[in-house]
Design a protein around this ligand. Structure first.
Ligand SMILES: [Zn+2]
Length: 320
């Protein structure tokens, strides 16, 4: 089905539907798998995407299992689930698309006549996001990095804050701004609520992370009253506050091997050395001192580094 012809209301209620949204971009055929669970009774719609980055798998598994476990007969409202929105990157096992080298999480609102990533962004924004009452973008740290298991939200939007807390992740990250180009900037531009989720990644799906993602999905379905009951969200252990633009990570200045001295959620002081990049004679090429005091929210775990690779990101604590 072409995304321009997708109308979830045209699908029968009380049933599961699966199909592909199909379109062409720069001569390349694109197929986005869609799992639409239509509740027996009308209500709100939870929209969930995964694999915006092709090397992040927790969300893919969460969606595939959720779609078969949900019972449409007891749902008041719908779940609109897209397990792999960046198929070329997914099949290549890469963060960015091998078709155009672009990061799908930087090209929203996209263009219908643009490159594959730009066209995917355009059609997600045009054909999927308008149906959302709450949007969740399931990420993780991917192949090379490590992040705490967290839900992130734009702090000016109260429904998004409520969703982040209802999800039930051990870490919640409030952002004072939302840089352009993201799925969430497109959602907020529509005046809609949304959050994103991160986890450890590393191309391995940790069972604890999978359990948190899965419980989070059920919690949000309850928050939207699509399912009966109230969210079962333990209090978060860390409420972080700060910009979430990982493009501003501390980066490697050289090709080399990373000797890390910190782990995610470590508290560091200004000037504390986070790690060193050495050459293959063991000589130090770069020390990476913390520019400020803060909490480590991203580390590079894949120790072979190229000049320009992100290594660390620091943020602060929310003091309410
Ligand atoms: Zn990601």
């Amino acid at each position: 089905m072409h995304p321009g012809n997708f109308h979830p209301g045209a699908f029968p209620r009380g049933a599961r539907h699966h199909f592909d949204l199909e379109f062409e971009a720069a001569g390349v055929p694109i197929q986005l798998p869609v799992l639409l669970i239509r509740g027996a009774a009308p209500g709100r719609t939870l929209v969930v995407t995964a694999a915006v980055h092709g090397d992040e798998y927790e969300g893919v598994r969460t969606i595939l299992e959720l779609a078969s476990d949900l019972d449409p007969a007891v749902m008041t409202g719908d779940a609109l689930l897209l397990p792999v929105v960046n198929p070329a990157a997914f099949w290549a096992g890469t963060r960015t698309s091998p078709l155009d080298g672009l990061n799908l999480a930087r090209v929203f609102l996209g263009r219908p006549d643009g490159s594959p990533s730009e066209a995917i962004a355009y059609w997600l924004d045009q054909a999927i996001f308008p149906h959302s009452d709450l949007y969740v973008d399931l990420h993780s740290a991917g192949l090379h990095l490590m992040m705490p298991t967290l839900a992130g939200y734009y702090m000016a939007d109260e429904p998004s804050r409520r969703a982040a807390f209802a999800f039930g992740a051990p870490v919640i990250w409030a952002h004072p701004d939302m840089p352009p180009g993201r799925t969430l900037s497109a959602i907020y531009a529509r005046g809609k609520a949304g959050i994103y989720v991160e986890a450890r990644g590393g191309a391995r799906i940790h069972p604890e992370d999978l359990a948190i993602y899965r419980r989070g999905m059920f919690n949000l379905l309850r928050l939207l009253e699509i399912l009966d009951g109230v969210p079962d969200a333990p209090p978060c252990r860390y409420h972080l506050l700060g910009g979430g633009n990982l493009d501003h990570s501390l980066v490697s200045s050289h090709d080399g091997f990373l000797l890390s001295e910190v782990r995610v959620l470590d508290r560091v002081t200004a000037g504390q050395n986070l790690g060193s990049v050495v050459n293959l004679h063991g000589e130090c090429l770069q020390r990476i001192p913390a520019p400020t005091a803060g909490i480590v929210v991203l580390t590079r775990e894949y120790p072979v580094v190229r000049a320009g690779d992100p290594l660390y990101f620091l943020t602060g604590l929310y003091e309410a």
